[in-house]
Design a protein around this ligand. Sequence first.
Ligand SMILES: C[S@@+](CC[C@H](N)C(=O)[O-])C[C@H]1O[C@@H](n2cnc3c(N)ncnc32)[C@H](O)[C@@H]1O
Length: 297
Amino acid sequence: MPAFPSPLPESAIVATLRAAGCVFAGDEARLLLAEARTPAGLADMVDRRAAGQPLEHVLGWAEFCGLRMAVDPGVFVPRRRTEFLVRQAAALARQAADPADPADPADPAGRAGPGGQTPRRARLVVVDLCCGSGAVGAALAAILGQVELHAVDIDPAAVRCARRNVAAAGGQVYEGDLCAPLPATLRGRVDILIANAPYVPTEEVGMLPPEARLHEPRVALDGGADGLDILRRVTAAAPRWLAPGGHLLFETSERQAPQAVAAVTRSGLIPHVASSGQLNATIVAGARPAAAGGPGG
Ligand SMILES: C[S@@+](CC[C@H](N)C(=O)[O-])C[C@H]1O[C@@H](n2cnc3c(N)ncnc32)[C@H](O)[C@@H]1O
């Protein structure tokens, strides 16, 4: 229901959106009507959507893991498939918090995960690298309850947006390159290092749908020649930051997974791949062995 008598009938909005190529024109029209605060605001939203702006940028939010995350124009829109990364991280985090909990998501028999057992912790430390809107870290914090959350992005627009989403979890957002802006006190203390970094190979950025190509920044998409440039850097840095028994997790394509696993192995972490056919998602994880001595890497 709109907050005012709408000068535009719903059917006219649906027709405009359909003519602009919006497949779910009916659902989108209802969302725009519910979100607009004034008739002029509604007309502007319909125009922007019909001109090809992502629905989430027009609404100002995206649904992610059942939560409403603020997403500003020019900031990467969190994808449904990334909910799989969050769920995998939540399962591994619960295991780190309580080693008696048979929560290895890849192990239906419930044996200890690849990192082995870790001491019970009251408040897990979570770092969300390449955080964009902050949706990944904020959703993980909402699932886990009490966590110490730190998030980083290189793009000032993303950092501003993430501060709004991460605030609910009492988290901190830093601007800078990967781990560089993190406080040194986090070294060797991170239970979950999660990174949905850019992983599209440079040559394929031009083939992305226009909503991504034209409305999301290139720095959010381009992962270098094979798409793994940033993830290799994240993987190389991870052992310095992970606690014993802590986990690195990131999203890749299915095709990239073997190379990503090789990078995880080179960094001294124990690799693990999981995928969801339903969400068309692949994640690669790396566990720091629980018995390791001081932080390496
Ligand atoms: C694919 S988007 C993902 C955003 C968010 N994690 C999500 O899933 O919605 C990648 C993000 O990485 C950020 N990024 C790219 N290179 C970076 C770097 N070197 N250090 C920190 N952030 C970086 C981009 O600004 C962008 O926000």
